[in-house]
Design a protein around this ligand. Structure first.
Ligand code: NAP
Length: 307
């Protein structure tokens, strides 16, 4: 049947697209759904220097290569949102914005969205100076002043990107040190970028656009104002777990989908990979997780492992 698959994958990021390549090459009929364009977080990653074999490639370029590769072995359905999933007997029912599908197994690789600070002004000024993606919005802030909030690798990459396109950027972090990869910290230290440690953003203000932020010193509790044209928020990710919850999958204490060593969830027909399950959250590990999961679907569809 046209809408009946061995493996349905939800989320066409690194994990989902790799599952498409391996699942298809192992003889399964694989379909990959994505509510947007294929590529996931790669699409908003300016530069990738740690995907083995690529010393320097843009995220969108790597995503395009992955998509082309996956399309050779599986059906990739972009701009189709999966609204509901249900496990029933020996298959999974998948209800999308474009009709219903069934599959013997499901791989959830729905990734994660940007976390919000949850401070006054953030939602009101979103798109008016508040941004979660330097690659998408940085260009509009050339020769203007912005802050990047966060102390992890994303905050480091976003601020280096902004610096590189002539944005007057400062980092604001709530602790006394960054926790980004050391290579990124070294790159930041080579610049003259100011870093405001021990400062928490407690408000974002402006009439029509962002004009300033209110900072609280985490040591003294003192409040100060800092004039800025933009606020780039890079404080981590929130897993997209709606479908996992619909299926009633077991979760970890940190709110991630619980998986076994082959990325099988508490439902034996459902696998999960990528940012939905946490871990080191790298493009290459997500691809590996999708690969391992897809090959472990084979026994469910009466096929032998190829090894
Ligand atoms: P992350 O490592 O979780 O860092 C989030 C940062 O935001 C932390 O410094 C955290 O502060 C801060 N933060 C969290 N909530 C906050 C709040 N409410 N207010 C102010 N600050 C807040 O997130 P990430 O940088 O997005 O990275 C996610 C994962 O992707 C990590 O595993 C990372 O290694 C990986 N990654 C890798 C690369 C790469 O090129 N290798 C690039 C990007 C991401 P605390 O330090 O106080 O907790």
């Amino acid at each position: 049947m046209e809408n009946d698959f061995d493996l349905a994958v939800i989320g066409a990021g690194c994990a989902g697209l790799a599952a498409g390549v391996y699942g298809g090459r192992a003889g399964m009929k694989v379909c990959i759904f994505d509510k947007g364009k294929a590529g996931g977080q790669l699409l908003i990653t300016h530069k990738i220097e740690n995907y083995i074999g690529f010393t320097d490639i843009s995220g969108p370029d790597l995503a395009a290569k992955m998509l082309e590769h996956a399309q050779q072995y599986s059906q990739v359905k972009e701009f189709i949102e999966v609204e509901h999933v249900r496990a029933e007997g020996d298959h999974i029912l998948i209800k999308t914005t474009e009709g219903e599908y069934t599959a013997a197994a499901l791989l959830l690789s729905t990734g994660a969205d940007h976390k919000h600070l949850g401070v006054p002004g953030e939602e009101e000024l979103a798109g008016k100076g508040v941004s979660y993606c330097a690659t998408c919005d940085g260009f509009f802030f050339r020769n203007r002043k912005v802050i990047v909030v966060g102390g992890g690798s994303t905050a480091a990459i976003e601020s280096l990107y902004l610096k590189g396109i002539d944005v007057d950027v400062s980092l604001v972090h709530r602790r006394d040190r960054l926790r980004a990869e050391s290579a990124l910290i070294e790159d930041i230290n080579k610049t003259d970028m100011p870093i405001h440690f021990n400062k928490r953003v407690i408000g974002i203000q402006g009439e029509k656009r962002v004009e300033k932020v209110i900072l609280e010193c985490t040591d003294t509790g003192d409040h100060t104002e800092m004039a800025t044209d933009g606020v780039f928020i890079a404080i981590g990710l929130q897993p997209n777990d709606m479908l996992a919850k619909q299926l009633g999958l077991e979760m970890t204490e940190d709110g991630l989908v619980k998986v076994d060593p082959v990325f099988r969830t508490s439902n034996p027909r459902v696998f999960a990979s990528g940012d939905l399950i946490g871990g080191v959250r790298q493009a290459i590990t997500a691809a590996a997780e999708g690969t391992i999961a897809s090959l472990n679907v084979l026994p469910l569809v009466g096929k032998q492992y190829p090894w």
